[in-house]
Design a protein. Sequence first.
Length: 83
Amino acid sequence: MDGSRAEPQTDGRADRSTTGSAVVSEGIRSQLTVGEDVIDTSTWAGSIPQVGGTAPHVRMPGGRWFNLLWLVPIGFVGLIVAV
């Protein structure tokens, strides 16, 4: 420990942390292609027909089905009544 600073050893190659990533990203960019701007909805999912979703239902006594989405306004009214 004579107080002198040791110079970093280099073998003539550039620092990978700065120029290596730039070289890699330029190589990748040259391989990219332009995508299509339009989606064909008749074939994009393998021709699976498009259907809308339904809210969950619960079977009530008597064979009737109750839409659980109605619990939101019923709960809101119940909260207002309770206050």
